[in-house]
Design a protein around this ligand. Structure first.
Ligand code: ACO
Length: 331
């Protein structure tokens, strides 16, 4: 993009917990049905981290595989970014824990919080560092254990989320490949629709706040849904325009895996067939910042993404935020 350096993803990986929680299991936990969850969201099951596990455990697993899939060693990584809203602790950054565990001794590290848009935000950050020549190799992880922050008595949210992580190494790629454009945005007036009210500087976790589940996810689903339908399509259109591409030149869209009805709205808006959108939310639910890299890794393993393909990644999330990136796949 500048300095004549093209940056792109040179490896991708993911890690999800083993334990599967199906919609039928959820029927025993809250007043819901498999039929309602499938028809309203498309989700059939999700993965849940075991007791004692932390977001960093999955970030480390995914990050390790991503580095192993390159010819680099951990010492070659200059920067670790972990996109997350469910870090191990309020501080230090989960990225620092990951950097140490992976032996990325020469890397700087920070977390990036942009909800489910976080991983695409982090990709654009990595792109800026690599194309500017500041850093050569950036490990970009999206990791969230949102089920730790779920109110299991709230049937309208607890059915949505799952746990996991995905990771990519971003580095210089051959000219003509890699990132072509990004479109990022935020509308903070919607911050109130999706939040964890207590536990930050605004409201401590008092016994009253805990009793009211204010340390857990609060969401006005209908508002988030309307926002998502609007911005996901617009973000795709804008990133296509920035890159000079048209929808029919896109080989695969990898959208945030939140709700099949939100994805279907983008299918209509872009006028592309459904099979141009990669969907795996039925297996994992909404894994927040991890959802796009988990889907992208699966698409690569399935042979649905090949070198030279034009790929769009698009997401939306808490903030409210949105992010889209378009790239020519480099490996
Ligand atoms: N089982 C059965 N019924 C339910 C359930 C459930 N699990 N949850 C809600 N309902 C009921 C409600 O009580 C309501 O009943 P009522 O009409 O008798 O009052 C009815 O279903 C409709 O509820 P709504 O919440 O209005 O349903 P909606 O059509 O909005 O669908 C959903 C809910 C699926 C959550 C939808 O709003 C949605 O997907 N929103 C987007 C959420 C999202 O993607 N969030 C992630 C953001 S990413 C991030 O950064 C974390």
């Amino acid at each position: 993009m500048c300095n004549n350096i093209s940056a792109g993803i040179i490896s991708i990986s993911s890690a999800v917990p083993e334990h599967v929680l199906t919609n039928f299991d959820m029927e025993k936990m809250v007043d819901t049905t498999d039929e309602w969850i499938r028809s309203m969201t498309g989700i059939e099951e999700r993965r849940i981290a075991a007791e004692g596990e932390a977001t960093s455990d999955y970030a480390i697993k995914a990050g390790k595989i991503a580095i192993e899939r390159t010819n680099l060693s951990p010492e070659d990584i200059d920067l670790v970014i972990v996109a997350t809203i469910s870090g191990d602790m309020p501080f230090p950054a989960t990225a620092s824990i990951v950097q140490d565990a992976l032996g990325c001794k020469n890397a700087a590290a920070f977390d990036l919080a942009a909800g489910c848009s976080g991983w695409v935000y982090a990709l654009s950050t990595a792109n800026a560092y690599v194309t500017s020549g500041i850093y050569k190799r950036v490990l970009v992880i999206g990791a969230d254990l949102l089920t730790r922050l779920t109110n299991w008595e709230d049937r309208s949210t607890c059915i949505l989320f799952g746990d996991g992580a995905g990771a990519a190494v971003v580095a210089e790629v051959e000219e003509g490949c890699g990132f072509m454009a990004f479109e990022l945005g935020s509308d903070g007036s919607g911050a109130r629709f999706l939040k964890i009210p207590a536990g930050g500087s605004l409201k401590p976790c008092t016994p009253e706040a805990l009793a009211a589940h204010e340390d857990k996810i609060y969401m006005e689903g209908r508002e988030v849904f309307k926002f998502a339908v609007k911005v996901q399509g617009t973000a795709c259109e804008k990133v296509l325009a920035k890159s000079g591409m048209t929808p029919n030149q896109v080989d695969l869209v990898v959208p945030h895996q939140a709700n099949i009805r939100i994805i279907e709205s983008s299918v209509k808006r872009l006028g592309l067939p459904m099979d141009k959108f990669y969907v795996n939310l039925q297996k994992y639910g909404n894994t927040s910042a991890a959802s796009i890299p988990i889907a992208m890794d699966e698409a690569v393993q399935d042979g649905k993404i090949k070198k030279g393909d034009i790929i769009v990644a698009v997401g939306f999330g808490a903030g409210l935020t949105w992010a889209a990136g378009i790239m020519k796949w480099a490996f």
